[in-house]
Write a new protein. Structure first.
Length: 284
């Protein structure tokens, strides 16, 4: 059954201690959810929990440290949610890294980092939580954060980021119908510029993926990026996500700045597509 009311629901938000994730957490708490923040950074977790101190809100929020790439840790987190809450109702696969660097300098370490977090973290969420979300029979919803970069042709230094986010988008599109038949709604968040910490990729890269990286210089430069005053506030994104959960909206698009580029890419694919079905195509 779809989620028609957020009050009393249990939500698990990865990357929930800052930026977009914290904006989503804030709104879900305001709308009556019990929210568990899962985040890699202890400092971000401490800052986030401090924001909910007092006014009765601290009882609605808890947190745990989680590397979304660690399948065993994710399985343990899911077991903890089952034991404490009888399973979760809302999963927000928000944790991600804004990886950038010259394509010709990219190494396996860079691909493993970008795809490991942005795609692997999402898949780990689905695999770890779907069984309990279906089994408890309350229905539920899964939101996964992709990016508007998934819908346009990006510069080559964004190749890993764009490709990993496109994978998230296509996966969620494909599974939406089957999950819906099992009472689980699916939404894809496609954000543009949001006030977040996604540029701090170098602080979140694990040690074993540092030494051979070809992106050391580009990540250091990215870490100095200043968040624009005109960028969207995370709470605004949170409200968009909450409404999308209630309406089982597939796409949550925060900005229209890439609309012409999105249309151009889609048109290029259509222009390359034959108007008549090829009669000799087999196996499809």
């Amino acid at each position: 059954m779809p989620v028609s009311d957020l009050a009393g629901r249990v939500a698990f938000v990865t990357g929930g201690a800052s930026g977009i994730g914290l904006g989503i957490v804030t709104v879900l708490v305001e709308r009556g959810c019990q929210v568990v923040i899962a985040d890699l950074r202890p400092d971000h977790i401490d800052n986030a929990l401090a924001q909910f101190a007092g006014a009765g809100r601290s009882n609605a929020v808890s947190a745990l440290r989680l590397d979304v790439c660690d399948r065993n840790a994710y399985a343990d987190a899911a077991a903890k949610m089952q034991a404490e809450f009888g399973g979760i109702d809302i999963l927000v696969n928000n944790a991600g890294v804004g990886l950038e660097g010259p394509a010709l300098k990219a190494t396996y370490a860079d691909y493993d980092f970008g795809f490991g977090v942005n795609v692997g973290g999402v898949i780990n969420g689905f695999v770890s939580f779907l069984p309990q979300m279906i089994a408890h029979g309350r229905g539920g919803h899964i939101v996964s954060t992709a990016s508007l970069a998934a819908e346009v042709v990006m510069p080559s230094h964004m190749a890993i980021y764009a490709a990993s986010k496109a994978a998230v988008c296509h996966y969620c599109e494909a599974v939406k119908q089957e999950l819906g038949e099992n009472g689980i709604g699916v939404s894809i968040l496609l954000p543009g510029p949001i006030k977040s910490n996604i540029h701090q990729a170098n602080q979140n890269r694990p040690e074993h993926l540092r030494a051979d990286s070809g992106f050391v210089e580009s990540e250091a430069k990215l870490a100095e990026r200043q968040v624009g005053d005109w960028w969207m506030e995370p709470d605004e994104v949170g409200n968009m996500v909450a409404e999308a959960i209630l309406s089982n909206q597939t796409y949550i698009v925060t900005h229209g700045i890439f609309k012409d580029s999105m249309r151009k890419r889609a048109q290029a694919v259509l222009d390359a597509t034959p108007d008549v079905e090829n009669a000799n195509v087999s196996g499809i």
